[in-house]
Structures are given as structure tokens and as C-alpha cells.
Design a protein around this ligand. Structure first.
Ligand code: HT7
Ligand code: ZN
Length: 846
């Protein structure tokens, strides 16, 4: 398969003045007529992309193109320059496509009888012949003919009559932002007035019966619109904003101009069907897609290597939004947890790549944690280095300088250099170099002076052996032995491989509160005593480093226990002090009570040069939880009771914080009462957060049979809740029974495996069951591989993404490695394997 290289990018030789599309929708035979008005400065071949199209006619200025002037090569059509008029001309095509047969969920497809599209990254070529690349931008005029009652496309509505709708999008956009929806939908409607007084009609479209679960999405949309005006000065720019919920969707949501399309799980929510986490994700993703209107749509990417230009920035913006809507401290801790679990894991394995890769085979495999989450961290570092005022000044310059353009990371860096006068050459390495730097800090104390020595090292990554030092902003503070802050947050700028910093005139030797707010995406190495960690957990003024101190104590204890040693007293004692005042900051207490997961313990063990044993890790974690619960039984029971609902369910940060502490206490207490409390809570809970939390504990305790059946009976008709039902069973089953449980669930009639949400619920839940997936006899790998092989011909995108479950396979013992390798080799050898999955498996095996 051909590899694409960043270095090969060439500008497209034509501008598109306008793109006109006409759709005659039919499930099996949709006709698409296109008219593209092009203009070129000098003679050039016209190269268009198309895949799986039945071409009925191809014309230039109304005249059918001669057979000899149509050169088809793979997914490419070339019309030689000699067959084209000079200056401007119109290329028109008529093609037929088959949405019903389209199971890839890319291009135009059917979901529950509704037509919908997904064009990012290269889906538009499945709709018609077009320069399907992000730097070719055009205004679109779209006509839809269909008997479906609701017919939507991008931009503003122009004409509506029975069986027909016309839309015009005046903002030039690339084909990946095109969208069309046609179906039996109902909407909830609202209005928004922009800061400069322009009215906007807002519609959230769902299936009949789902309206009462769409209200939260609408509120989240309005909050997003206001926030982008207030914080970034960005207003919405069309008369209407449509948001549609779709059941069959490969990812979370898509930012098509004026017509955002969402996985229904990121729209629909009510107290009895959605958890606090669901609500928070809905708000965050609605924000994310809305913010793309400026960072993605108005300013887009020149090529797909620049994906993090829009995704890193938009993730950064959605993280800021959630911090402002909820608790900034909690949000930062959660984001770091996600970054470590997903991006660090990626960076430490065979799939490591820079936020701005320079080659790929299948772009859909690069919608990764590195592009998204590390891309956001890099912007956070930039902001920390230059300060808030300079950051917003640079963003203003970015929006004015590049509005309507398709840009690169170089353009982005230049904006910051011009706005601040800084040289960001070294900073740019964060975009071009893969790998997570390890930052080692050592201390020396001499007569009131503390000297810190920092060293940065980045291990080689696939294709990149040399890792020169990067600029690393290290935010730190100093905490005196009495708990007072001896130095408030100070940002050090590391630029060398090794550097010293001294702090003078200190009374007593302080404890360093290091990497406050997780000021850079690095792995820290330092010697620190358990007493010093406990001091930070008790007194640090920075909530991230405070949480981190407790987390590291717990992780050290779990590592020791997984090796068969004793450990954990320091954490148990420190937690005791925290629990006394636990109710004062319930969300923070809950975060400190949640033990590091099994996967994280496994990674920490391999970081320390040990081979993780998944079964020993599972036992160690269970045993430690039981010991914590036994020691603090009274305090936990008190908090569990105290955090019971004190009014009707509200999906806000305060309510969610109380519930998170109630459930964190329940998790620990369940190790003592074998699920007695969980059983009671399952029976009385009036919201899904508590109900589902209780159900998880019951499954883990092996006491869920009746509760699962009750749950199923109640929610059999609600797809999203049934996804939870599948997921909790594979995720929380005991390691010994997980494969059999997953296989039994997969054999059920209601395991609609062609639906990505259902597939991810069962198989993704199973892969997250660390000891179950990594079962020593390889049964977990085989089961999982069988399902990937089955899904691949239908849905390569989802299959390829789910291959990442294997990315850590080399960390385990020889027996497991052999079995994982066999499963991966079997996938790789499958005849007709998609390009997506083939690339992933090859990289993972390399
Ligand atoms: N920009 C989108 C990324 C995307 C996607 C979304 C849905 C289905 C397939 C997709 N391929 C790529 C989502 C986002 O980051 O906002
Ligand atoms: Zn995005």
C-alpha cells in the first residue's frame, strides 16, 4: 500500500469558484449530479478522487469527456490538461451510489432508515468525483430530492417544498465538511442571538420519541456559543445551526459546517438513562464540535498531516470550556488521567508518532490520542510559556490572518512568533518529534539553598532515533515542613538536556511540589519519601500535584503488592486524614480514593523493568482495596450516607461531585460487604449514575444475575442503555470468567454487532478487563481477534481503531507474547484485510 508523505504535498492547480450538488436519494440507487466551477492560472491535469462510484457521465462545459481523456487509476481520475479549456470551466459528473450497501459508515449511508453522511477524512470521494483534499475550498449549493420529511445540508436554507430542499453554504469549505441528512426526524428548537445581534435558529434533530432526552444537548450548545464569544471573541456565522443524532456512527461526532452530526450517545440524556459522565461528555463534545466552527471550518488544515492544527486546538478549547462550566481542578486531573492512559501508552509502544506525523498509509488511523490530546497539551504549554494575555493576542492574530485558509503547523507557530517576538524553533519539536520525554529531577540542600538538577531524555521511537532536548515548562512550588507554601508557583523553562536551578534563603528544607497543573506532558522521575508525599497530599496548594501525591503513594503500594511485597501503610494513613474532611471537597476526595487501574499498574511495573503479571495485579488491587476499606470502614460508610441525594437529580458539577464520592466509597466498601450496599442502592437509586455504579459493583462481586435481568427488562428498548448493559458485564466480569461471559453475550440476538456502539460496548469493555483480556492461555486474544476479523470487511475504521487493544503486547511475559503475536498474525493473514486494519496490525507487530 502506498505511503503518503508530508514532503510530497503540492498545491492543487485549480481554485473552485462554486460546487453545486444535486441528490436524488434512494436506498439502493442514489443519483448524485455535481457541477464544479474551476479556475486555473496555467495548464494542468485535472485530478479527482472517487471510490466505489458508478460513473454515468463526465462532462467539461456540458460536453461529454472522450473515453481517451478519462484516465482511471485506482481511486483517481485524471483528465489531461490538453482536454481542458484555459481559464475557468465547469466539470460536471453524474454518478450512482448505493447507500444501503454502505456498511463502512463513510460517505453516504443509511442508519435506521435515515440517510446521513460522514466525509472526514476522505469520505466525500465515496459520494462523487472531487478533489477530496482539505486545501481545496469552495462555497456549496446543494439540492436534495427525497420523500423523507426532513432534508438537511450545510449552510442556510434556500428553498423548501414537498420532496425537495435547497441549501447554500456561503463559507468556502473543503469536501470533508460536507454533510447531508434525510430522514423522519423531529427537532427541539431554540434561538440564539450572537454578540453582534444576529439571530440564529437552533435545532437538535432526533428520532421520534427521543425529544425528551435532547434538552441537555440544546442547553450545552447555547453555553458553547456564548462561551466562544466571551473567551475567544468568536461568533457564529450562519442563520441556522442544525445538530443531528445518529445511531450508527464510527466516532463521537463531526463538525460539518452548520450541520454537526453526532453519535446519539453524545446527544441523548435523561437522569434515568445517562450517568454524570455521559452528561459531562455530551457537554464537552457539543462544545468541541461547535468550537470547530472557527478552529477547523473557518480555518482548516492544508493536508491531513496537519490534523492536530484543528484537533489539538479544539480539544484544548473544549477542555477550557469544561473547566469553566465545571471544576477546573477536577477537569485537569481527569485530562491528565486520560492522557497517561491513552497517549503515554501510545507513545511508549509501536504506534508512537509525533502530533504532526510526516507519513501515513491510512489517515483514519491517525485520529489518535497523540494528535488530539497531546496536540492539546502542546498548546497548553505554549500558553504557559507566553502567558494568558499573549496567548489570546496570538489567537486573535491567527483568526484574522488565516480566516478562510487551509493552514499548517508552521503557520500556527509563525503567528505565535509574530505576536510575541519569541523564537519558537525549539518549541516546534513538540510537534515533529514523537515520544514522551522523561524528566529526572534530583535535589541538593545546602545551608538554606535548594538546588534542583533536571535532566531530560526521550527514548527512540519508530523511525526517530535522535531526540534533541525540547523546551519544557516546569511549574513548581515549595512547601515547608509545616505545610506553608515557601514559594508560590514559578515556571522554569528547561531548554537543555541538563540544567540546574537554585532557590536561596529558605528556612527549612522544603518539599518540591513539582509539575504543578501537569505543566508539561512528561514522565517524572524523582526520589521522594512517603512522608513528603503525605505532606503534599495534605498541604499542597495546587490541586493537581496534591492529587498526584496521593496517587503516587497508592501506585507505589500496588506495585509492591503486585510483586508479592507489603506496602500501602503510608497511603492508608494519608487517606485517613483526607477522609475526615472528605465531604468538603467531594470530587477531589473521590479522585483520591479511586485506586490506579490495573492497566496503569502494569505500565508502571514495565517502566520499572518488571514483567507485569495481570492476575497478580488484579489480586493486589482487590486486596489493597479491601484493606483500605477495613481500616476506614466507618469514615467511608459515613461519607456514603452523607453523599446520598439531597434533592432531585441535577447533572451539574456539584451534584456529580457528591455522587462521585458516594460511589467511590461504595467501591471500597463493596470489598467488605460483598456487594450488600450495592444491592440496596441498585434497588433504590433514582438516577442512572448511582444505579449503574451499583450494577458495576454487583457484577464485580459476582452477584448481579437478578439485577442484570431487571435492568435488561426495563431498558430492552433503549439502545444506549443496553450498550451499558453489555459493557458492564464484559468489563467488570472476574478475569477467569470474562472470555466466556463475553462469548455468551456475543451470541445473543440483541448483540447487534454491526452497530459500532454495541460492538465497542462488548469488545471494548472486554479489552478494558485487563486480566480477562490478557488471560494466560491466550483465550482473550483469540476471542478478540475473531471479532476483529469478522468486523473488518464491514467496518474497517472501527476495526482498525480497536486493534490498539494489542499495542502493549510486548510488555507481557513470553507465553502471553507468543499468544498475542499468533492472534495478530492471524488477523494480518486474513485474505482481503482492509488497508486500515492491515496498517495497524503491521505497525503493532513491527
Ligand atoms: N473531526 C472529527 C473526526 C472524524 C470523525 C468523526 C466521526 C466519524 C468519523 C470520523 N473521522 C474523523 C471529529 C472531531 O474531532 O471533532
Ligand atoms: Zn475535533
Amino acid at each position: 500500500t502506498a505511503t503518503q508523505y508530508l514532503a510530497d504535498w503540492q498545491p492543487y492547480p485549480f481554485n473552485i469558484l462554486e460546487t453545486r450538488l444535486e441528490f436524488d436519494l434512494a436506498p439502493k440507487g442514489t443519483k448524485v449530479r455535481s457541477e464544479i466551477r474551476l479556475q486555473g492560472d496555467k495548464p494542468a491535469d485535472l485530478v479527482l478522487d472517487g471510490a466505489g462510484l458508478q460513473t454515468l457521465s463526465l462532462r467539461i462545459d456540458g460536453v461529454e469527456i472522450a473515453e481517451t481523456d478519462r484516465i482511471f487509476e485506482g481511486e483517481r481520475l485524471t483528465i489531461p490538461a490538453a482536454a481542458l479549456p484555459e481559464g475557468s470551466f465547469t466539470f460536471s459528473a453524474e454518478v450512482a451510489i448505493d447507500p444501503e450497501a454502505n456498511t463502512t459508515l463513510e460517505g453516504l449511508y443509511l442508519s435506521g432508515g435515515m440517510f446521513c453522511t460522514q466525509c472526514e477524512a476522505e469520505g466525500f470521494r465515496h459520494i462523487t468525483w472531487y478533489p477530496d483534499r482539505p486545501d481545496v475550498m469552495a462555497p456549496f449549493h446543494v439540492t436534495i430530492r427525497s420523500e423523507k420529511p426532513v432534508l438537511l445540508s450545510n449552510g442556510n436554507p434556500v428553498r423548501r417544498e414537498p420532496g425537495l430542499a435547497e441549501w447554500h453554504d456561503p463559507w468556502p469549505k473543503p469536501s470533508y465538511l460536507f454533510a447531508l441528512v434525510a430522514g423522519n426526524l423531529v427537532s427541539i428548537d431554540d434561538h440564539f442571538t450572537t454578540a453582534s445581534g444576529a439571530p440564529v435558529d437552533l435545532h437538535v434533530w432526533v428520532r421520534e420519541g427521543d425529544q425528551d432526552r435532547a434538552g441537555y444537548a440544546m442547553e450545552a450548545l447555547k453555553r458553547s456559543m456564548r462561551w466562544d464569544e466571551e473567551v475567544y471573541g468568536r461568533e457564529y456565522d450562519l442563520e441556522v445551526f442544525n445538530l443531528v443524532a445518529v445511531d450508527d456512527f464510527n466516532m463521537g461526532a463531526m463538525e460539518n459546517k452548520g450541520l454537526n452530526i453526532f453519535n446519539s450517545k453524545l446527544v441523548l440524556a435523561s437522569a434515568d438513562t445517562a450517568t454524570d459522565l455521559d452528561y459531562e461528555r455530551i457537554e464537552g463534545v457539543i462544545g468541541h464540535e461547535y468550537f470547530h466552527n472557527w478552529t477547523g471550518d473557518r480555518i482548516t488544515c492544508r493536508d491531513w498531516f496537519q490534523l492536530c492544527l484543528k484537533e489539538g486546538l479544539t480539544v484544548f478549547r473544549d477542555q477550557q470550556f469544561t473547566s469553566d462550566m465545571r471544576s477546573a481542578a477536577v477537569k485537569r486531573i481527569q485530562d491528565v488521567q486520560t492522557l497517561r492512559a491513552r497517549q503515554f501508552r501510545e507513545d511508549q509502544g509501536p504506534l508512537s508518532h509525533p502530533p504532526r506525523p510526516d507519513h501515513y498509509q491510512e489517515i483514519n488511523n491517525f485520529y489518535t490520542a497523540t494528535v488530539y490530546e497531546k496536540g492539546a497539551e502542546v498548546i497548553g504549554m505554549l500558553k504557559r510559556l507566553i502567558g494568558d494575555a499573549e496567548y489570546y493576542k496570538a489567537l486573535d492574530l491567527y483568526f484574522t490572518r488565516h480566516d478562510g485558509q487551509a493552514c499548517t503547523i508552521e503557520d500556527w507557530i509563525k503567528v505565535f512568533e509574530d505576536a510575541t517576538g519569541r523564537d519558537l524553533t525549539q518549541f516546534k519539536r513538540w510537534y515533529t518529534d514523537a515520544g514522551t520525554p522523561e524528566l529526572t529531577m534530583s535535589e541538593s540542600w545546602n545551608d538554606g539553598t535548594l538546588t534542583l538538577t533536571f535532566r531530560q531524555d526521550t527514548a527512540p521511537t519508530p523511525g526517530q532515533t535522535q531526540k534533541p532536548p525540547r523546551v519544557i515548562p516546569v511549574a513548581l512550588g515549595l512547601i515547608s515542613p509545616n505545610g506553608d507554601e515557601a514559594l508560590p508557583t514559578t515556571v522554569l523553562e528547561l531548554t537543555e538536556t541538563e540544567q540546574n536551578f537554585s532557590f536561596h534563603h529558605l528556612g527549612a528544607r522544603p518539599v518540591v511540589s513539582l509539575l504543578r497543573g501537569f505543566s508539561a506532558p512528561v514522565v517524572l522521575r524523582r526520589e521522594i519519601s512517603a512522608e513528603a508525599q503525605a505532606l503534599l497530599l495534605a498541604h499542597d496548594t495546587d490541586s493537581f500535584t496534591r492529587w498526584e501525591a496521593g496517587h503516587d503513594l497508592a501506585l507505589d503500594a500496588l506495585i509492591a503488592r503486585a510483586r508479592g511485597e507489603h506496602g500501602g501503610r503510608a497511603y492508608i494513613d494519608a487517606i485517613g486524614a483526607l477522609l475526615e474532611h472528605g465531604a468538603e471537597d467531594p470530587a477531589f476526595t473521590a479522585l483520591c480514593l479511586a485506586l490506579p487501574g490495573e492497566e496503569e499498574i502494569a505500565t508502571a511495573l514495565s517502566d520499572r523493568g518488571q514483567i507485569p503479571d495481570p492476575d497478580a495485579i488484579h489480586r493486589a488491587r482487590d486486596g489493597f482495596a479491601a484493606e483500605i476499606a477495613a481500616t476506614h470502614q466507618d469514615a467511608l460508610a459515613r461519607l456514603y450516607a452523607e453523599m446520598a441525594p439531597n434533592g432531585p437529580y441535577q447533572p451539574d458539577a456539584e451534584g456529580a461531585a457528591r455522587r462521585s464520592l458516594r460511589l467511590a466509597s461504595l467501591v471500597l466498601l463493596s470489598h467488605l460487604d460483598e456487594g450488600d450496599r450495592a444491592l440496596v442502592l441498585f434497588g433504590i437509586a433514582e438516577n442512572m449514575t448511582e444505579r449503574f455504579g451499583a450494577l458495576g459493583q454487583l457484577v464485580a462481586a459476582g452477584r448481579a444475575r437478578e439485577s442484570l435481568e431487571l435492568f435488561r427488562q426495563e431498558f430492552a428498548k433503549n439502545r444506549l442503555v443496553m450498550d451499558k448493559w453489555f459493557m458492564v458485564q464484559t468489563h467488570r466480569a472476574s478475569p477467569e470468567t470474562a472470555v466466556e461471559r463475553a462469548a455468551a453475550l456475543a451470541a445473543r440476538d440483541d448483540f447487534d454487532w454491526k452497530n459500532p456502539n454495541r460492538f465497542r460496548a462488548l469488545l471494548g469493555g472486554f479489552a478494558a478487563n485487563h486480566a480477562g483480556f490478557h488471560r494466560a492461555d491466550g483465550a482473550g486474544y483469540d476471542f478478540y481477534a475473531d471479532w476483529l476479523i469478522k468486523l473488518d470487511p464491514l467496518n474497517p475504521q472501527t476495526t482498525a481503531r480497536m486493534c490498539t487493544a494489542f499495542e502493549t503486547w510486548r510488555s507481557y511475559d513470553a507465553g502471553r507474547q507468543e499468544k498475542a503475536r499468533a492472534a495478530l498474525t492471524r488477523i494480518a493473514a486474513t485474505p482481503g484485510l482492509s488497508r486500515n486494519t492491515s496498517e495497524m496490525v503491521t505497525r503493532i507487530l513491527a
